[in-house]
Design a protein around this ligand. Structure first.
Ligand code: SF4
Length: 337
């Protein structure tokens, strides 16, 4: 249960400002955030992890602000409500940097070198130099982001679970030196959908296979039209194989099971062609995400409002952060009052 003794449990989660969100980002995280907010069971803090973007994109920061506005437009369009959730930018709450520095002092280097995503990314990212100090330390910044608000839960995908575990280890070490300042946050695992992209691999901006929430209908139709189908189906009269066809598998995600079954049957019996199925797929995407896309486009026409929302949320977050940091400074005997 999310509430104990009348106090709502806290959730903290963030996203790097990558710009327009794709359907995979929505299904894999944002939809869950909106659901947690709408449940009314949690006090939600959602932040733009712009300093995290800096750890790897330090050589060119020119896109970060616009990417932030685009991403937050998608957040708001999808249903995040600044009256019910605190939506803020990490860089507008500089206390995160202070806590990061203090946690850096108590975090053994070996813990960071062992983080699986660190090793993986060092091996796989070749287009930029991530041999920098901040990149190694980003799980410490992440720990600061979470514990600053004394989060009870962190909604995470499986690949992020090790970061929350590391946060708990850092909390234990800090509390061991300085007293029980921070609670240990727990992961909040939820069933999320991993969407395939237009080439069948996981949907990802870097693979160039993404359909974006904001894509207008003609773009969605064009992306669906370009999807690769069964190469063994040469003639329109050849039977289809929906179980191994990306178009059919993706279509199944967006329509009711019975509707997908009926389309599969038509494919199997060559009553429809790939073009028909792709059209049906595009229709289902437009129907499901069309309202979000429209709202997001409207918000982007008023970027000042989006920026104000971020600033207001950041001021609220900062009040919380200042309370925590006063406690931290007392605990580490760096208070001068
Ligand atoms: S869309 Fe239907 S007919 Fe086309 S390849 Fe897929 S299963 Fe076969």
């Amino acid at each position: 249960m999310a509430e104990t003794s009348g106090k709502k449990r806290r959730i903290v989660s963030g996203m790097r400002p990558t710009g327009n969100l794709h359907l995979g980002n929505y299904e894999g995280a944002l939809k869950n955030w909106v659901r947690l907010q709408d449940s009314g069971d949690y006090e939600c803090f959602f932040f733009i992890a712009d300093w995290h973007a800096l750890t790897s994109d330090y050589a060119d920061t020119s896109a970060i602000k616009q990417n932030t506005i685009d991403m937050v437009s998608d957040w708001l369009a999808a249903g995040l409500d600044p009256k019910r959730s605190t939506i803020f930018a990490q860089s507008l709450v500089p206390e995160h940097a202070e806590l990061h520095l203090i946690l850096s002092a108590v975090t053994p280097l070996g813990w960071l070198e062992r983080v699986p995503t660190y090793k993986e990314q060092r091996d796989n990212i070749t287009e930029k130099d991530i041999g920098n100090y901040a990149f190694l330390g980003y799980p410490v910044l992440q720990a600061a982001d979470i514990i600053m608000y004394k989060a009870d839960y962190v909604p995470v995908g499986k690949d992020q679970a090790s970061h929350v575990e590391l946060t708990r280890e850092i909390v234990r070490r800090f509390n061991n030196f300085f007293g029980d300042v921070f609670p240990e946050p727990k992961e909040l695992h939820t069933e999320v959908l991993v969407l395939p992209g237009t080439d069948g691999r996981k949907m990802s901006k870097s693979y160039g296979n993404a359909i974006y929430l904001i894509d207008p209908p003609d773009v969605v139709r064009e992306k669906a039209r370009m999807m690769i189908t069964d190469r063994t189906r040469i003639r329109r009269s050849d039977p289809g194989h929906p179980e191994s066809c990306d178009v059919c598998q993706m279509h199944r995600i967006f329509v009711a099971g019975a509707v997908a079954d009926s389309f599969d049957d038509d494919c199997r019996n060559a009553r429809i062609g790939c073009v028909d199925r792709k059209r049906a797929l595009a229709d289902s995407i437009i129907e499901r995400y069309g309202t979000i896309a429209e709202r997001s486009r409207e918000l982007r026409e008023r970027p000042g409002e989006v920026v104000n929302t971020i600033k207001e949320g950041s001021s609220r977050a900062r009040l919380e952060a200042q309370k925590t940091m006063a406690e931290v400074r007392r605990a580490i005997k760096f208070d001068w009052d």
